[in-house]
Design a protein around this ligand. Structure first.
Ligand SMILES: [Zn+2]
Length: 486
């Protein structure tokens, strides 16, 4: 069975104020007391009128650029009317007939190796104000309007996806786009990015699309993947049994690995859309368009492509650097600084990426810190890289220096002196003597080795390394020991 998917993604924009009023646009509602961020506009008091926030518009326009959209100028807002208690106005202000951002496209990589590319087309990316929240307790239904009127962009794709992997890689790229350019935080777990997935199956390419089913309520990439797989299996099964079903919306319960019918075609809501009478058509002046034209955005797909084709990074390096905007900026900052003093860009980029992917990334994760909170400064890291390039110091010594730098404020040069790394390398006979000494000191472990416990080799290698102040090559030491022990 062939799978066809398209997406409707709501992303909460980052801005100081809500979309149409002066209330703060809070990003994390969990820590906020209910109904504290409200005013006459976002709670729909009589005579209160909306005014579009310039910052929200600017964020939406940045997205226009990032998603390679065309622009409707003028565009307009529309009213989407329905009754639900969390909607104080009894309508949402959205864009249906003439959205600002239309006909875009996003390029991204679909595989772990960053070698296969895809393009997904965007029907539109329209602005929309969010609803409040209804909270059900055992005895009551409570209303919190803190979220009411906060700015969203809803991105609607064309049915370009044919697998769950494509969907997830696209969403990851979209998340990077909005994060890199400070448009949104887009944390799925905090519902700052919500993705409704439309799924249909058909037997072959020439058939028309099967009945579509919309699945809602997934808050992780893994949950989205599971929901698609479940729906694909469910629809394929019905198809094979020749069972017909209606167009419908289903509610995913990821914890139970199931989805439930929310509403079918018959009870689809009639939203009675019409142009929003309280807001004038949205006309963008030349100055705004010019400013937008001059704006340079960071597009993750292009950055990955550069890493891949110009720097020849393998996927571990790419993953470590693109995972976080702060890490990317850190990398670029040091890279630009070092290459401006005419160093070979290809080599230096690899040297930086190698240390970021290991052990720096691991350290930040283990210590719940950002890359800007390392114990060493960027200047100290640059000194380290210069020492690295001089290649007078062995790789395992460099590793020891970096480990020490992560723990202390010491300069790499001082660590070299402390550890005697600047004294001449050990020659073969001296190394052999040290190896023999270590073996003599540990007869029990030698016996264990001889009885077949070969992992004890690493114990000896480690002891020799320590004794030689990391001036010996672990591979050579290992070979030497296994030769002596036979
Ligand atoms: Zn308000």
């Amino acid at each position: 069975m062939l799978l066809t998917i398209w997406l409707e993604i709501h992303i909460k924009l980052k801005s100081i104020n809500k979309m149409f009023c002066q209330c703060p646009n809070e990003q994390n509602f969990d820590t906020l007391q209910a109904n504290t961020n409200i005013c006459p506009v976002c709670t729909a008091q009589p005579w209160a009128l909306p005014t579009l926030s310039k910052e929200v518009l600017w964020k939406a326009l940045l997205l226009w650029k990032a998603l390679n959209c065309q622009i409707n100028n003028p565009s307009q807002f529309d009213r989407k009317s329905y009754f639900y208690p969390d909607l104080p106005m009894w309508y949402q202000i959205t864009q249906l007939y003439k959205p600002t951002n239309v006909n875009g496209k996003v390029q991204f990589f679909v595989d772990n190796e960053y070698s296969q590319e895809r393009t997904v087309h965007i029907q539109d990316a329209h602005m929309e104000s969010d609803t409040g929240k209804m909270i059900h307790t055992w005895w009551d239904a409570l209303l919190d309007f803190n979220r009411a009127g906060t700015p969203l962009v809803e991105i609607v794709t064309l049915p370009d996806f044919t697998s769950a992997d494509e969907v997830v890689e696209f969403l990851k790229e979209l998340q990077r786009i909005v994060r890199y350019n400070d448009i949104a935080d887009a944390d799925l777990e905090k519902w700052q990015m919500r993705c409704d997935v439309n799924i249909s199956v058909r037997a072959k390419e020439s058939d028309s699309y099967g009945t579509r089913v919309e699945v809602k309520n997934m808050n992780s990439f893994a949950a989205i993947k599971r929901a698609i797989q479940y729906e694909y299996d469910r629809q394929s099964d019905l198809f094979n049994k020749w069972e017909k079903f209606d167009q419908q919306t289903r509610w995913r319960d990821d914890a139970k690995w199931e989805s439930y019918l929310m509403r079918s075609k018959e009870d689809a809501l009639d939203y009675r859309y019409f142009p929003e009478p309280d807001l004038p058509p949205l006309v963008l002046d030349n100055e705004t368009l010019q400013q937008l034209n001059n704006e340079t955005l960071e597009i993750p797909y292009q950055i990955i492509k550069k890493f891949k084709t110009e720097f020849w990074f393998h996927k571990e390096y790419i993953n470590a650097i693109i995972s976080d905007k702060e890490i990317l900026d850190y990398f670029l900052d040091i890279y630009n600084h070092l290459t401006s003093s005419s160093q070979s860009s290809d080599i230096i980029s690899k040297l930086i990426a190698k240390r970021i992917s290991w052990p720096i990334s691991a350290w930040t994760k283990e210590n719940f810190k950002s890359i800007n909170e390392l114990n060493f400064s960027k200047q100290q890291f640059q000194k380290f890289l210069e020492i690295n390039q001089e290649s007078k110091i062995l790789d395992n010594q460099l590793k020891a220096i970096m480990d020490e730098m992560l723990k202390t404020w010491k300069d790499p040069q001082d660590i070299i002196k402390d550890k005697w790394f600047d004294t001449p390398a050990i020659d073969q006979s001296e190394l052999e003597n040290i190896v023999k000494l270590i073996l003599q000191e540990n007869p029990d472990i030698v016996q264990q080795y001889k009885w077949g416990k070969t992992t004890t080799l690493w114990f000896f290698v480690w002891q020799v390394m320590k004794k030689t102040q990391w001036k010996s090559d672990p591979k050579i030491v290992g070979e030497m020991i296994s030769k002596i022990l036979g």
